[in-house]
Design a protein around this ligand. Structure first.
Ligand code: CO8
Length: 372
């Protein structure tokens, strides 16, 4: 028997924000900032806020739009962050709500019920709270026995979570694992930072991992192997954490939110990801040309083109490396899973594809899949 991915679920928020809407709001905020701080700027005490542009965003990243869990507040130049309603302890939390929606889709797609699952992993870039785990809240809401836990691995949370799931099924620890990636990124975005205000969107994805012995899905994939690697870097960082209140610093200051050295990330991560994929395939005796599809991390279209050029010696076609970041933007760890969820129906038995994530940490994770 083998370990299989038997189902995948995608929950897309109903609200979206186009580049044009986002830039109009940011530029109005910047204009207002420059007016309010005119004398300090003229005295050279403060830097003028530069303007953003939809054309730059699309050219530099490939992003045209993003979905958001809560749109209210984000575009309000007096606020520049989403408004989430306060929920009491007895209500389902925002992140669990997203997770449950994606999980239900994944269960349906795998032809499974709660009784078939005994392990829940919520793996994403941020969790709304430290405890009780979001995974345990989801487990209770869905009526799943066994255990659940949360994992944080930034952009590679989904692939690293899947590796844990594959190992658990392989070792017999678990008969069925639900891996969920509720990526609620917008609360951590600095919408007043021109360099990063456009990068992220919200989404939730979920995947069912089980043994081929129990699989009841006609669109399942054997997981041939998985490979994870990390290498410490401060080029993508957020300093917000549970100790923030002890320092008396401003919890909203720029260093407490997502910030990055985008150029360095681009330069350093592309070769790492290309080498990672190449060596992973090699270890399985698979050639790059054997791959039907690459479900790549969705941070930047130019990054994905560069990676495929390094591996193929040419640009990958849209069929080989599908793009979802134009519509979804960067959704932290969920991007490669969205691509997988949307683009796998055309696979026939024996077709091979690779899921690969790369990002903060740095962290890189890949899984080689073969259609059953
Ligand atoms: N509008 C107009 N001009 C702009 C804008 C803008 N919005 N932003 C920057 N510019 C300007 C810059 O100021 C710069 O001007 P100058 O040359 O005068 O200094 C010029 O445009 C060029 O800027 P860059 O060199 O920065 O532009 P790039 O072509 O490098 O593109 C990118 C910037 C898009 C950020 C690009 O570098 C990139 O995508 N890099 C890779 C980043 C990446 O993949 N990061 C991964 C982050 S995600 C992750 O790891 C998950 C973290 C956890 C989740 C967090 C959730 C919140």
């Amino acid at each position: 028997s083998s370990v299989v991915i038997s189902g995948v679920g995608l929950w897309t928020p109903t609200h979206s924000i186009s580049n044009e809407e986002l830039v109009a709001s940011y530029n109005a905020w910047a204009e207002n900032f420059n007016l309010e701080n005119k004398s300090a700027i003229e005295a050279g005490e403060l830097a003028e806020k530069p303007f953003s542009s939809p054309a730059f965003i699309e050219k530099a990243s490939g992003i045209k739009s993003r979905y958001v869990y809560a749109k209210d507040g984000i575009l309000d130049i007096k606020r520049m962050r989403p408004i989430l309603d306060v929920r009491d302890d007895e209500q389902v939390s925002h992140q669990a709500e997203m997770a449950i929606s994606a999980a239900k889709e994944a269960l349906k797609s795998a032809n499974k019920t709660a009784a078939d699952i005994d392990m829940v992993i919520v793996s994403c870039a941020y969790t709304q709270r430290s405890y009780p785990a979001i995974a345990i809240e989801v487990q209770a809401a869905l009526g799943i026995k066994g255990f659940g836990f949360d994992m944080l691995v930034a952009c590679s949370a989904a692939t690293f979570g899947l590796q844990r799931a594959v190992d658990a099924v392989k070792s017999g620890t678990s008969k069925g694992v639900l891996v969920i990636n509720p990526e609620l990124t917008t609360p951590q975005i600095n919408f007043t930072d021109r360099d990063s205000h456009f990068i992220f969107g919200d989404v939730a994805t979920a995947v069912i991992v089980e043994s081929s012995d129990t699989c009841q899905s006609d669109h399942a994939f054997d997981v041939l192997s998985s490979k994870c690697v990390t290498a410490y870097s401060n080029n993508i960082r957020s300093n917000f954490g549970y100790t923030t209140r002890t320092t008396d610093e401003d919890p909203y200051s720029a260093d407490k939110l997502f910030h990055q050295n985008g150029r360095k990330v681009f330069k350093e991560v592309c070769p790492m990801a290309a080498e990672h994929i190449e060596s992973h395939l090699q270890s399985e005796g698979i050639q790059v040309s054997d791959l039907k599809r690459w479900w790549l991390h969705q941070a930047n279209i130019n990054m994905n083109l560069l990676i495929s050029r390094r591996l193929l010696g040419r640009d990958a076609t849209i069929e080989e490396a599908p793009v979802v970041l134009d519509e979804y933007a960067n959704t932290a760890s969920a991007g490669s899973i969205i691509a997988f969820a949307k683009y796998h129906d055309d696979f026939i038995t024996g077709d091979i594809g690779v899921i690969c994530s790369f990002g903060a940490g740095y962290s890189i994770g890949s899984l080689i899949l073969r259609k059953r």
